[in-house]
Structures are given as C-alpha cells and as structure tokens.
Design a protein around this ligand. Structure first.
Ligand code: PMP
Length: 364
C-alpha cells in the first residue's frame, strides 16, 4: 500500500498485505459466519476449526512429528521465561543450563533462578554480544534438567545457524524472532516458544511446540492456566483466547503455504533480503559498521552503527522521512536495526538498500 510506511520495526513487525486485507474484512464480518471476528464466540464450531487449521498448517510447515503438540497461549514470550522453569526445573533436583547470548536470553535467566539451580554455560557479555558460542564452547552436561537458548537475539541481531545442545537433554528454545523464517528439524526440540508479533501475526498469542512426553515431569500445584497440560487438553481454548490474533496467525500460515510455497522458499527470500543489506554494509564499511561478527549475523535483524550517534540520528530521521519506519536500534543498544521478518518484501529491502547507498554517497 503506497500510503503506508515500510515497517522495519523489530516487532510488532510487518504483515503481508493480503493478510491485512483479509483481517480488515473479518473485522466487519467473517465471510463464512456473517459476524465480526471481534464478536465471535471462542466456543463456536468456526473458531474450533480456526484453531485446528492453524495447528495443521504449522505441522505441515515444520513437518512436525506426532510426538509433538502445538499450543496457542497468552502472556508473550516473557511468560514462557517463567513457565518453562516452573514446569521443568522446579522439584527436578537438577540444574538447568542457559546460554546468555544477548538481551533476551539475559532476561530469560532470573525467572529460572526463582525455580532452581541455573548454570550459565556461556556468557557473551565480555565479547559485547557480537557473536554466539560455537558448539565446542558449550560444555553441556548430560544430567541437566534442560538446555535453554534464544535462537535469534532480536536486539543485537545475532543468530545461531546451527542447533546447539545435546540430544539426550531436553532442548528448549525461544524462537520468537525467527520461527517459521526457515526450515529446521523441529523433532530435535523438546519445547519451542515464539510469540506471534514478528513472523506470525499480531501480539496476543504465543506458539508453543512441545514434545508430549516432556509433560510427564510437571510438578504438582501448578496453577492450571500456567500448565501446558491444561491447554493441551482444552485444545488451546482453556479460557477465552485472543480470537482475532489467532485468526491472523491462521491467515499468515495460509500465506506461507499457498502464496510463498513453504519454508524452503521463505528461507531463500529471507537470505536474499539479508544478503542485500549486509552487502551494502560491507560495501560501505567507512560509514556502516556492522554489529554482528559475520558467522552469527542474523537474517532477521540487521544491526549496525554509523561513526557517530549524531549521524545515526540523521540517518534514522532521513530514513523515516523517506518512508522507512522503525529503524532505530533497541533502547539498550542504540545504533540502527533493520528488521526484515517474513512479510518484509525483497522490493522493500532493495529500496532501503538504495536509500543507504545514497546516504553513504552524501556523507562522503
Ligand atoms: N524473546 C525474544 C527473542 C524477543 O525478541 C522478545 C521481544 N521482542 C521477547 C522474548 C519478549 O517477548 P514478549 O514481549 O512477547 O513477552
């Protein structure tokens, strides 16, 4: 839509135009139902079919084995920082192992310490969070309650391109900022969580993919709203869920399957977008200073600095004026961050590249 700015925000992020149009229509009336999506009962047959299809589509996209369940929860990724250790660390008699690789994995650790022993296996602080550990730097214990990491550090723009951890220890991953951006072997994970507001839809719903037999370890006295088992039994309709947000997630999964053609194709497009931006950064290294070490560059959040904070401000202001929204870096880190989630088009990224080339030539 020519009237809209391009959304390079780190989240809530851009959504596909066709999804926005269908969502707009559903606010007035869902075609199959004749009622506004904002007033449809979560106990209706129609909504049960929305949840079913969403789950089916995610299963298809990930080629998810039957050993794993898909849940649609609330509370964002932040609630998972607590739910995971409440259910899987408390009373386990074991320690949980965490990678402290950036802002969000840092935030995941204090809630875990409330529930039991936490071992930080690797801490990126001394290296300024510009890279992530290589496999041989992680001394994972075979006895851990679980191993937890964040696959893509949204703030710093660093991403694991391989799956860390040991196969015999439950592997738990916060994939909030790269879920469904590329294919991966979901069967190797025991629990994955991802809030919707990057690649999947609007804020309000969080996806959890969980290996069913992990739930055998859950301790007693967990409030049921915080217990994965209650949501599994209720097929994600334990209490009133965010009906609209879930519907938009369904529309996004249809878009991924029918318009994009699956995760291999999505990954190819995402790779081309990231290569285009990193190409500009590398080609103008006097003015664009890439944040991440090259082997851990994120394909979702491209972070860089300019030589001075003043020049960064000028860059962000001029970019905003030119229609590129959301480029200012995270408040904890500063700098510039271009987030290029699934729905950001290659065309839009190429326009940003054009702006950056032009800005570089003007700053010579
Ligand atoms: N984990 C990651 C990787 C994130 O990027 C974010 C937010 N951007 C969060 C967790 C926190 O998510 P929420 O606001 O949904 O709790």
């Amino acid at each position: 839509n020519a009237l809209n700015a391009l959304n390079f925000s780190a989240g809530p992020g851009a959504l596909p135009g066709t999804v926005l149009q269908a969502a707009q229509e559903a606010i007035v009336a869902v075609p199959e139902v004749g009622l506004s999506i904002l007033g449809i009962s979560h106990r209706s047959d129609w909504f049960a079919s929305v949840v079913d299809e969403t789950e089916r589509n995610i299963r298809r996209l990930l080629d998810l084995p039957e050993t794993h369940a898909v849940l649609l929860l609330q509370g964002g990724a932040t609630l998972q920082f607590s739910m995971v250790p409440m259910l899987l660390l408390r009373d386990s008699g074991k320690a949980a192992e965490y990678v402290r690789g950036g802002y969000w994995s840092r935030r995941s650790i204090p809630p875990a310490r409330l529930e039991g022993e936490v071992r930080v296996l690797w801490d990126g602080e001394a290296l300024g969070y510009r890279r992530l550990p290589a496999a041989e730097e992680l001394h994972c214990s075979p006895e851990a309650a679980y191993f937890h990491y964040v696959s893509n550090e949204t703030v710093e723009g660093i991403q694991f391109h391989e799956i860390p951890g040991r196969e015999e220890v439950p592997r738990i991953c916060d994939m909030s900022s790269d879920f469904l951006s590329r294919p991966f072997d979901a069967g190797r994970f025991d629990l994955i969580y991802a809030h919707a507001q990057k690649n999947l839809g609007p804020a309000g719903v969080t996806l959890v993919v969980i290996r069913r037999d992990l739930l055998e370890r859950v301790p007693a006295k967990i409030p049921s709203l915080l217990d994965y088992r209650a949501h599994l039994e209720a097929r994600s309709i334990y209490n009133t869920p965010p009906v609209f947000a879930i519907y938009v997630v369904l529309l996004v999964t249809r878009w991924l399957l029918d318009e994009i053609g699956g995760l291999n194709r999505m990954a190819e497009i995402n790779r081309r977008k990231a290569d285009a931006l990193y190409g500009i950064i590398d080609g103008h290294s006097d003015i664009y200073l890439g944040w991440a070490n090259s082997e851990h560059r994120s394909l979702m959040n491209v972070t860089f600095n300019l030589p001075t904070p003043e020049l960064e401000q000028t860059f962000a202001a001029e970019a905003a004026k030119a229609g590129f929204s959301g480029l200012k870096g995270h408040r904890s880190l500063g700098g510039i961050r271009a987030s290029i989630y699934n729905a950001m088009t290659l065309d839009a990224v190429e326009s940003l590249c054009g702006f950056m080339t032009d800005f570089a030539s003007r700053s010579d």
